[in-house]
Design a protein. Structure first.
Length: 151
């Protein structure tokens, strides 16, 4: 896809999945200056982090509750608490990894659309779709076509 501003500045945007966006995620968003998406992802990552560490508070709350109710620390040696902690920890990290992969896929699939929206808001206009793998070839084709239109 190709966009242009009032002056002859052309920007070629790939259509579809973006591998750099998938592998570099937030760094790709920073390079493209997509601040709203970055803020959304930071909020998402903060909520994910809070969820992951919440099991520590849950486990320690259970241990402290057992200590205050029974007056002893026998819950520290309770094998079932340890097993629940391990299971929850593994589950939390597994879900965290899945969410990281899904957020990378989300950026890779939707990143170019976010970039198109940003350019449209800045005043760029869509001028066409071109079938090629090289951005410079697209820009050259547009410049050549605009030169023939002027003659």
């Amino acid at each position: 896809m190709e966009y242009e501003l009032d002056d002859p500045e052309y920007i070629a945007i790939k259509n579809g999945f973006s591998f750099p966006a998938f592998f570099f995620g937030v760094f790709w968003l920073l390079k493209k200056r997509l601040w709203e998406v970055i803020l959304f992802l930071i909020g998402f990552y903060i909520l994910e982090y809070i969820w992951i560490i919440s099991y520590y508070f849950w486990i320690w709350g259970y241990i402290l509750l057992g200590f205050f109710i029974t007056g002893s620390n026998h819950t520290f040696n309770d094998k079932s608490i340890h097993e629940v902690t391990i299971i929850y920890q593994k589950l939390a990290y597994a879900i965290s990894y899945v969410l990281a992969i899904l957020s990378g896929a989300f950026i890779a699939v939707e990143g170019n659309d976010f970039l198109r929206t940003k350019l449209s808001k800045k005043g760029y206009t869509f001028i066409g779709l071109y079938e090629t793998s090289k951005r410079q070839a697209i820009i050259q084709a547009i410049e050549d076509s605009s030169e023939t239109d002027l003659k």
